[in-house]
Design a protein around this ligand. Structure first.
Ligand code: GLU
Length: 468
């Protein structure tokens, strides 16, 4: 039997990192077995869907390496409405479903709201279909539904505790639970790998599979992703959008490596591993079922390592969107005509070891491409204390008469200028750095000055001196 998995996102917002992880796990599961991966867009909630979210899903999957054209789909749930209705009719005809005209208030009045489920009032009333009557599935009174879950063993649900749940609303439209099952059946899905949040649906869905005469799939419910307070990641509170990480300059390779570590680890005490190792070693059976902490700090550190490991030319190319601007991310603060690729390439190796996300390249090199540095006023106040004016005067004079404009010579010169005032190099550097770059921290100063050039360096020192 060919393994067929699916990833079934609803296009109702940005692409959640938890969804990205499920997609990767499905992808790897299929790949390891020579199976098929189906992308199904669950677009039946017309009020919340937007086509751009669907496009966002496709683009985000591309970015993660699940590329359009290499999988089946996208298939759209809305295209299968006839199948959903047919299944509802079939269940009705078999006596596995019945119409119900109870309102929520009716149920509460009868049960005193002691239990939240439906009390089965209409089970044997034999109501005919009519506008406003929901169709409910008749769950078995006895026995248990045992779900085979590759991560959780065999979660078992007493059938008596599963309410007669709605499968089609009062207007005849099938609900998500049913549509999702019918699509999986129609698409020949053998393994459903999805978020833990859906586990409570699973016994109901498995009963539907069986009632419709199919062998249920094997399930795997991957652990919920939580923040540092152990709260489920929420798009209102937490940074959950994959697009946002991408646009800040997380590398796809770092991101997918990190996502796979949510609940799983490769062999041998390693975390950062080539994707081929993940593809080889990942096992659903090894996934820890407890909640997985999405640690943005750790992801950042990961990304820094991935950035440092890039061949220098790839690093330069990876920075380009942030330096030259694209539609996705904010344009750089300089005039595009002032961007000089050769200057950037000269400082790129210095930046590569110092940034953790690619967007940080902009503040690291903006002093090279802006006519004036962006001055951090707090840094200015701290650096331009007593003695700064004299030091700048001396630096201007000494730098101005340097025979050779090189990092080496600049360093030796400023060392001397500082020593004459009883200042260590670090102290002597501070006013020069703020004057030239506007900041108190940044790339190594003398290399930066070398690339900036004599003329511009001196002009900035002079203008800072005037301000002090
Ligand atoms: N559309 C559902 C979701 O985005 C997927 C449910 C499933 O994977 O079965 O949560």
């Amino acid at each position: 039997m060919t393994v067929r998995v699916r990833f079934a996102p609803s296009p109702t917002g940005m692409f959640h990192v938890g969804g990205a992880r499920s997609a990767l796990q499905n992808w790897i599961y299929a790949k390891q077995r020579g199976g098929d991966f189906v992308l199904r867009i669950e677009d039946t909630d017309a009020a919340r869907n937007r086509p751009e979210w669907t496009e966002g899903i496709l683009t985000a999957l591309d970015w993660l390496g699940i590329r359009r054209g290499t999988y089946e789909g996208p298939l759209f749930q809305s295209q299968y409405a006839a199948e959903h209705r047919k299944a509802a009719e079939q269940l009705l005809a078999m006596g596995r479903a019945y119409y119900c005209d109870c309102s929520r208030d009716d149920v509460v009045a009868r049960t005193g709201n002691k239990h939240t489920g439906y009390d089965g009032f209409c089970r044997d009333r034999g109501l005919a279909p009519a506008e406003g009557r929901a169709l409910r599935f008749r769950t078995p009174d006895e026995g248990a539904t045992v779900v085979v879950d590759l991560i959780r063993g065999e979660p078992t649900f007493e059938n008596a505790l599963i309410e007669d749940f709605v499968i089609a609303r009062g207007d005849g439209s099938p609900v998500f639970l049913l549509a999702n099952v019918v699509d999986d059946m129609t698409m020949g899905i053998t393994h459903v790998i999805r978020a833990e949040e859906h586990l409570p649906n699973t016994p109901k869905q498995q009963l539907l599979w069986q009632a419709l005469g199919h062998q249920p799939p094997v399930w795997a419910h991957v652990p919920v992703v939580v923040n540092e307070k152990r709260q489920k990641l929420s798009k209102r509170r937490d940074k959950v959008a994959l697009e946002q990480y991408r646009d800040e300059g997380y590398l796809a390779d770092a991101m997918r490596n990190y996502l796979m570590l949510l609940g799983w680890a490769p062999s041998g005490d390693r975390e950062i591993v080539p994707w081929s190792v993940v593809e080889q070693e990942f096992r659903l059976a090894d996934v820890n079922p407890s909640p997985a902490f999405f640690d943005e700090k750790k992801l950042r550190a990961f990304n820094g390592e991935y950035i440092r490991a890039l061949p220098p030319q790839e690093f330069v190319a990876a920075c380009e969107p942030w330096l030259t601007g694209t539609a996705m991310i904010p344009a750089p603060p300089w005039n595009p005509a002032d961007f000089r690729p050769a200057d950037f390439e000269a400082v790129a190796p210095l930046a590569q070891t110092r940034i953790a996300v690619l967007s940080e390249i902009v503040p690291a090199v903006d002093f090279l491409f802006l006519p004036e540095p962006v001055v951090d006023e707090a840094a200015w106040a701290k650096a331009m204390k007593e003695g700064a004016a004299e030091l700048l005067d001396a630096a201007i004079a000494a730098f101005g008469s340097l025979p050779e404009w090189s990092a080496e010579a600049l360093k030796t010169t400023l060392e001397q200028v500082g020593a004459e005032r009883g200042l260590k190099l670090g102290k002597a550097q501070a006013p020069v750095r703020v004057a030239v770059t506007g900041r108190s921290v940044g790339l190594p100063l003398f290399e930066s000055l070398e690339v900036l050039g004599r003329e511009r360096t001196l002009a900035r020192l002079v203008s800072a001196r005037a301000r002090v």
